[in-house]
Write a protein that binds this ligand. Structure first.
Ligand SMILES: Nc1nc2c(c(=O)[nH]1)N[C@H]1C(S)=C(S)[C@@H](COP(=O)(O)O)O[C@H]1N2
Ligand SMILES: [Mo]
Length: 206
């Protein structure tokens, strides 16, 4: 044992200093675990049957097939994710396509300010358009280089890692662009409209 060992972590100050700077307030490190959080039964959705649509306030509403989506430039997210139930997971790797690539094809109207993301199961979640543009959101079909498992949203899910993970709709089916904010499934049930983990925006009013 080293001389420094026994006293480390004994005071609040030492614990604060030891706290991983990647961990937002009120979160803990899930380490090797990856909890599954689903309001629905996991759908058995074949990649060949998966589609992704962008509609609402866009110049060219459009639906992409699995192959069409894969023809867009590949992009990946490496970093951390944060669930509102208080686990965070560091250094994850999701592969897919940036949402910017889909939106560039669809052509958002200048009036568009928000989106509702919807799943093939009917799950919905709302986001400011600014939170899903500028390289901050992905349609992901790979996790750590392997196909995304069905319980984690495979064949493909939305990834918006800078917000609490309930915004990252599993089994993503599309985005509707709107000129106003429209609460989704959890937001209608008391969750915050934006959900920034660094501001601890967990519930409406936080
Ligand atoms: N379609 C759908 N997407 C969803 C959810 C859900 O219930 N249904 N749960 C959300 C919540 S609360 C979290 S924390 C993450 C969980 O993703 P995971 O199960 O892959 O960890 O998915 C989000 N996306
Ligand atoms: Mo969550």
């Amino acid at each position: 044992m080293t001389a420094a060992g026994p006293t480390r972590g004994f005071t609040g100050r030492a614990r604060a200093a030891d706290r991983d700077p990647r961990l937002p307030p009120g979160q803990y490190d899930a380490r090797d675990g990856w909890p599954v959080l689903s309001a629905e039964v996991t759908p058995r959705l074949a990649a060949a049957d998966w589609t992704f649509r962008v509609d609402g306030l866009v110049a060219r509403p459009r639906t992409w097939s699995w192959d069409e989506a894969h023809a867009l430039p590949a992009s990946e997210y490496r970093g951390d994710i944060h669930c509102v139930t208080s686990w965070s997971k560091f250094g994850v790797r999701f592969g897919g396509v940036s949402l910017d690539a889909f939106l560039a094809d669809a052509g958002p109207s200048p009036a568009a300010t928000h989106v509702v993301a919807y799943s093939h199961t009917g799950y919905t979640t709302n986001l400011p358009l600014a939170d899903v543009t500028g390289g901050r959101a992905w349609i992901a079909w790979e996790y750590d280089g392997a196909p995304l498992p069905p319980e984690h949203g495979g064949p493909a899910r939305l990834i918006v890692p800078h917000l609490y993970f309930w915004k990252s709709a599993k089994w993503i089916a599309g985005l509707t662009l709107l000129d106003h904010d429209e609460p989704g499934f959890w937001e209608q049930n008391g969750y915050h409209h934006r959900g920034d983990p660094w501001r601890e925006e967990r519930y409406a009013g936080d």
